[in-house]
Design a protein around this ligand. Sequence first.
Ligand code: MEV
Length: 491
Amino acid sequence: MCYVLCAIHYLILAIKKPGTRYLVPGTWYLVPGTRISSSQNIRIFAPVMQKQQIRKGFSKLNKDQKVDLTASYFEHPEEAARELKSFWHENKDIQQRLDEFAENTISNFFFPYGIAPNFVINGNMYLVPMVIEESSVVAAASNAAKFWSERGGFHAEVISTTKIGQVHFNWKGDVEKLHAAMPEIREKLIAETRSITKNMRERGGGILDIELIDMSDELDNYYQLKASFETVDSMGANFINSCLEEFGQQFRRFLKEDDRFKGEEEECEIVMAILSNYTPDCLVKTWVECDISEFEQMDRNLSAMEFARKFERAVRIAQKDTYRATTHNKGVMNGVDAVVLATGNDFRAIEACAHTYASRKGKYASLTNVSITDNIFRYELTLPLAMGTVGGLTSLHPLARFSLELLNNPGAQQLMMIAAAVGLANNFSALKSLTTKGIQVGHMKMHLYNILNHIGVTKQEKDRAVAHFQDKKVSFSLVKELVANMRKEKS
Ligand code: MEV
């Protein structure tokens, strides 16, 4: 039945748009989309229907072969290949470096790199680099930065910097014996990883502690070695994972060699050894505060106190309602992620951790908190941010390095404070708009640009459209209609 409906649907589409090929259900495609665009114009490539088949050895092909094979899935392979190559970096060394960040690389995927100026954080002024594809985020961060720069700026402090890793293992035996042996186990694991930890110790970091966690109540025979680390200015993932894998091996050896463990107690199965991206003790706090009277000009229809109270209410809602909390925190992460990306940090780790932290009390809630006391409005954000300024992409990616230079080569703690402040700034701007004029007004100009770029307009058409929509709601069909009318007028 579904196939019949789909067939009718495709038939209708084909009649509407002759010459276009359509995706067929049950067919395997390399790419789901049908369109790629270039800076010159927008071209439509319909993917060529492919037989269902497994591609073997793709990774063994050289880059050009991978490009050609990928392009062969398009109706105009040469154009598709040219399109992919048009995004290659002109400097071969840089391109090779980019290629080597991942596997099967055939091109670069560009994202806007923007600047939010006027960020005063603990008295220092920053131009903050932000990598983000969503319109209005950089503008929102910049507006809040400017507003708060005239009211004491953002204050920030790092509360803690501990990272966590775990060796998960199965073991059968008397757990009291394991507990009793932990001091020696800890000493052995630390001693046997001295060569791995040497550099980190020289930089002031290393292994902080290793504890035994008994989770056999929750899962038969399941235990952990839970280790804590200080990784100074690096995010430390490789360092932590190397230590943990060595812990696993040394722990097994210990059980075999120590006389206290007999029979099956001598054996343990290491299930896995891996860092945890949940770092509730790698925590940063940032806040802004001002006299309520500073909100006098916030909105035409609200007094300063009414604005503050409405803002407070919006935060309380995000503390109570999970649906709202998710969007509220998304607004925080708009800013945080943009800085995380611009500085070559691991945004997936940061995201995963932030949302786990937001659920730490058993219910997902707002990451921010607000208070109004004695006419002082204070708004704060506390979140875990495991960021680094050395290692990983931070020095290898040319623009990540540029970002760090622009931020005056911060250490990890300074970067945590900067990213958190930008998160709070974005969230502040979002709530300010939501509780006053709504967010659509601010989004409309960017939305209009996106639609105009999508349609493909001249500079003159763009200017006229911007003037036309200055005081009107923007929608795709209205913009299309306007452009069509302008073109009709002209012809
Ligand atoms: C959009 O990217 C972010 C907002 O939805 C955040 C919020 O609702 O607080 C505006």
